[in-house]
Structures are given as C-alpha cells and as structure tokens.
Design a protein around this ligand. Structure first.
Ligand code: PGA
Length: 245
C-alpha cells in the first residue's frame, strides 16, 4: 500500500488527478471505477482541465459508478447520476453509452444488481477504482456489519451515514435509507485502487486503517490492506491521527 500525504485538499486532488490522467493516456479504453461525495470533486476538476487542454480523451473510456440511492432518478439533484453529470460527465467527451451507474429506480432491484455485476465482468472488471471513505469505514455503501456482500447489492444505510449525507438534502428525513452498491468483490477485483481522504473528520478512520494490522467487516475499508495495488492519498488533516502516533 502506497501512502501519499499532501498539504491540503487541492494537492490531494492534483496527486489523484495525475494518476488518473496517466492511466487514461496509457489506455484510452480504460474502465474507470468512479465515486461520488465531496472528496472526489477536486480530482474531477483536474480531469476536466486535462480534457480541455487536450491531454486526455474520454471518447473510448468506460465507467462504472459505485453506488446510487434507491428511489432517486437522474433528474433528482441529490441522485448520484445527477452528481456525476454535474461534476464530470457534462464537461468531457465521454460517450453516454459507456457510462454505468446503478439505477435507483429499477423495477426489479435484485435483477438489476445481478445485471450490473454481469456487465462489469463482461467488460473485464475495473482498471482503476477511485474511492472515498466514510467516517465509519465504509467504502461505496458497504457498511460495517457482521458480513460484507461480494456482489452488487441493496443495502440499508447506517444511521451514521444517513446523518453525514443529510448535508446534501433539505432535511434528514429526505435521505433515502437504502442504496444499491457495488459489493466488496467488484471493488477488490479492481486492478488498481486509489483512495482519497481529506479533513479532520477522516483522521480517526485513517488512523484505524493504517495502524491496525487486521481485516474486519466492522471496518470495510480494511479489506484494502490485502489488495496488491492500492494508493491512499490523504491531506495533512486526515493524516493527523497517524502523525500523533
Ligand atoms: P465524502 O463521502 O467524500 O462526501 O466524505 C465519502 C464516502 O462516504 O464514501
């Protein structure tokens, strides 16, 4: 596991941008695993800049997003599809047919999960997966618990996640309580993983991840410890728990 500590959010975003830009240049048909949340917004700006400067071309790039709220459609400003359009896809030349985001309005959600995994597998799996991290150690919406799912699945969000994510909604009551998420299998089969974390709020979970030598379902992100190609990029605040050790 490679760890890069940067001064601040902007530097973290630039470091992550450099990695993705390099991989896209080297493989124009790359399959990107993409994430939502506050963390990757700066890194998406780096990709947009590189596209505008004609450094990279998205015309043959394919993408799979990690998750989506159940019940929200793409016109809903709080849906993850809306987020992706707004923060990345509307600003680059990616072919809409090459974008995959779980459908929170699918009639048969379980059948949809199965199809999503099949499509990902057929595509050859994710070449490089971008991840944020929840304060409770979740990755995508794989929440701490007695077990973790391997495949794409419908999951109940924890109270902690609902509370943290309520900042994007008018009130906490509007936060969907279930989501579709790529399972641990889809994530861990990625050839390369880049996890980003910034801010003091992530210091405790980053400390937990980097100081305990164990894999546990109560800290889903700990499964990255056994993956052969993970880079963690944090800012000084997110790293501050370690710095104090
Ligand atoms: P954030 O979310 O980027 O908004 O902090 C990360 C996550 O919950 O995975």
């Amino acid at each position: 596991m490679k760890i890069i500590v940067t001064k601040n959010y902007d530097e973290m975003s630039k470091e992550a941008g450099k990695i993705f830009i390099d991989r896209i240049k080297n493989n124009p048909e790359i399959i990107l695993g993409l994430a939502t949340g506050s963390t990757p917004i700066g890194m998406y700006k780096e990709l947009i800049k590189a596209y505008e400067n004609k450094e990279i071309d998205f015309s043959r790039v394919r993408s799979f997003n990690l998750d989506e709220y159940v019940g929200l459609d793409e016109n809903d400003e709080t849906s993850y599809r809306y987020f992706m359009n707004d923060n990345l896809f509307n600003h680059i030349n990616i072919n809409r047919e090459n974008i995959n985001i779980p459908n929170g309005k699918a009639k048969d959600l379980n059948a949809f999960c199965k199809e999503y995994d099949e499509k990902l597998e057929k595509a050859g799996g994710i070449d490089i997966q971008l991840l944020g991290i929840g304060e409770d150690g979740h990755i995508a919406f794989n929440e701490p618990g007695d077990f973790l799912n391997v495949g794409t699945n419908i999951t109940a969000l924890t109270d902690s996640t609902i509370e943290v994510n309520s900042r994007f909604f008018n009130s906490i009551d509007e936060v969907p309580t279930t989501a579709i998420t790529l399972g641990m299998g889809g994530i861990l089969k990625s050839k390369e993983i880049v996890l980003l974390a910034n801010g003091e709020k992530k210091a405790e979970v980053i400390k937990e991840l980097l100081t305990q030598d164990k894999v546990t379902t109560s800290l889903p992100v700990s499964f990255l410890l056994v993956h052969p190609n993970v880079t963690i990029i944090v800012d000084e605040e997110a790293y501050s728990g370690i710095a104090k050790c």
